[in-house]
Write a protein that binds this ligand. Sequence first.
Ligand code: NAP
Length: 249
Amino acid sequence: MRFTDKVAVVIGGNSGIGLAAAKLFAQEGARVAIAGRDARKLEAAASEIGAGTLARQCDIARLEAIDAFMQAVKERFGRIDALVINAGVGTFAPVRQITPELWDQVHAVNLRGCFFAAQKALPLMQRGSAIVFTGSIGAVLGIPGNAVYAAAKAGLRAAARILATELVGEGIRVNVVSPGPTETPLLYRNQGMDDAAVEGLRRQMIANVPMHRMGEPEEVARAILFLASHEASFITGVDLFVDGGCVEL
Ligand SMILES: NC(=O)c1ccc[n+]([C@@H]2O[C@H](COP(=O)([O-])OP(=O)(O)OC[C@H]3O[C@@H](n4cnc5c(N)ncnc54)[C@H](OP(=O)(O)O)[C@@H]3O)[C@@H](O)[C@H]2O)c1
C-alpha cells in the first residue's frame, strides 16, 4: 500500500500499460485520475480501476484540453503525488514515406503533448511528488522504419532529464520507463499495417528479445509504480529499460 492517501494521475490511462498502472495505483491505495481520447474506453477503464476514479477525455495534442484536465484534477483532488505521462501513438514508416504531416502528428502527442502535460501539472505538484514518463527502447535503437517515433521518444527522454535537473531542488523526481515490445493494443494501431503485417512484426520483435517473449503491461506498470513511489526516493533522471534484455544484452 505505497500510495495510501496519494493522488495518482495517468495520462493515457485507459488502455495497455497505462491502464495496468492505474489499476495497480488503486490497489495500493491511491485515488486515481486517468485521461485519454476515447470516451468509451475511459468509462470501461474507470469501472475496472474502481469507484471514485476520475476519467476525463483529453487529447494532449490540444494544449487547452490538458488545461481542462488539470483543472478537473485540481477540483477533485487538489494535488498530484504521482504523475504518469504514458500517452503515445506508434507508427512505422520507412524514411522515404515519412510526410511532414505524419511527423507532426506523432510528435504532437509523443513529445510536445507529453512535455506540456508535465509542465501544466507542476502547479499541482509538491515536494516528494514524482513524474514518470513512458519512453521506448526505440529511442536508443536503430530499428528500421522507426525514425518518427524514435525521434519523438528520444526527445522526450532528453526533456525528462532536463526536467529532472530543474526540479531536483524542488523535491520533485522525474524518471523514464522505457518498455521493449509489450503485449498491448498499440501494435495493432500502427497506421497502414494490416493484421498479417502486424503478426510478422510481432514475430520479428519476439525473435529479437533475449527473453524470447513480449512483455506484459503489468511488468512495465510495476516499474512505473516503483519509480513513482518513495522506494525510489534517491532516483531521478534515469531511463529504466523494461525490455527482456533488448538494450542491455
Ligand atoms: N506496447 C509496446 O510495445 C511499447 C513499447 C515501447 C513503448 N511503448 C509506449 O508505452 C506507452 C503506452 O502504450 P501501450 O503500449 O500501452 O499502448 P495503448 O494501449 O495504445 O495505450 C496508449 C495510451 O495513450 C493514449 N493516447 C494516445 N494518444 C493520446 C492523445 N493524443 N491524448 C491523450 N491520450 C492519448 C491512449 O488512449 P486513447 O486512444 O483513448 O487516446 C492510450 O491510453 C506509449 O507511450 C507507447 O509509446 C509501448
